[in-house]
Design a binder for this molecule. Structure first.
Ligand code: HEC
Ligand code: HEC
Length: 177
């Protein structure tokens, strides 16, 4: 692995880590609400009522956020509770990592497909493909580091250049990563 890339992604993680309060639905917010902007907007709006969050989420859907009916309900419930007018006290960190086997396909769909697309094909100029991307077969360490710490700066995948920012997804447990 190239040292420069490693350093760039560690810096990206430090610069961008924005943590949401833990609670049911938080993974969906990390996955769906960083596709177009970072989490500053939702975090700055903490305290809004359920009706206000509903309006915001519907605006985001109008802007093109890939959120279905079921996900919409979970996201609004999360935002109205944890970024709502009366947030509950912070949850204790999970005592023990689950050893349950993770459904990798479902984990991909929930956490990655919003940007890298359902088949891993990516979006030209915005989100690099994971399917057919040589970095994914070369070494499992690099993809795991990107997931944990994010990635920023110019990369090249199969001859195409990308210069975006992937947010760190360090809230995912080890088994899911
Ligand atoms: C398809 C792209 C897209 C996605 C995905 C997206 N947003 Fe936005 N969001 C926008 C745009 C565009 C704006 C307006 C930006 C501006 O005014 O500078 C915005 C602005 C906001 C604002 C500021 C208030 C406002 O209405 O302008 C909040 C809060 C917000 N988004 C929350 C969210 C949340 C929560 C999610 C996840 C459910 C989300 N966004 C997902 C595109 C998106
Ligand atoms: C919010 C959008 C977003 C989400 C969600 C996301 N990524 Fe990314 N990912 C990106 C962007 C943008 C880049 C390219 C960053 C750059 O240009 O430096 C990237 C880059 C990568 C890379 C590096 C590719 C390379 O060729 O160096 C890997 C690996 C990766 N993502 C894996 C994942 C996995 C696995 C998930 C789910 C756990 C995921 N990503 C979720 C936006 C996202």
């Amino acid at each position: 692995m190239k040292k420069g890339i490693l350093i760039a992604l560690l810096l990206a993680g430090l610069a961008m880590a924005e943590e949401l309060p833990k609670g049911p639905g938080v993974d969906l917010v990390y996955a769906k609400c960083q596709i177009c902007h970072d989490l500053t907007y939702p975090l700055q709006n903490a305290g809004l009522s359920e009706a206000d969050w509903e309006g915001i989420v519907d605006d985001m859907i109008d802007y093109g956020a890939p959120i279905n009916e079921e996900e919409r309900a979970v996201i609004i419930k999360y935002l109205a509770t944890y970024l709502g007018p009366n947030p509950p006290p912070a949850e204790e960190a999970a005592a023990a990592e689950t050893t349950a086997t993770v459904d990798g396909k479902a984990a991909y769909a929930a956490n990655c497909a919003g940007c890298h697309q359902a088949e891993g094909q990516g979006v030209p100029g915005a989100f690099p493909p994971l399917k057919g991307n040589p970095v994914l077969v070369k070494d499992a360490t690099y993809p795991a580091l990107v997931v944990l710490f994010g990635l920023q700066g110019q990369i090249e995948v199969n001859g195409a250049a990308y210069n975006g920012a992937m947010p760190p997804l360090g809230h995912l447990d080890d088994a899911t990563v």
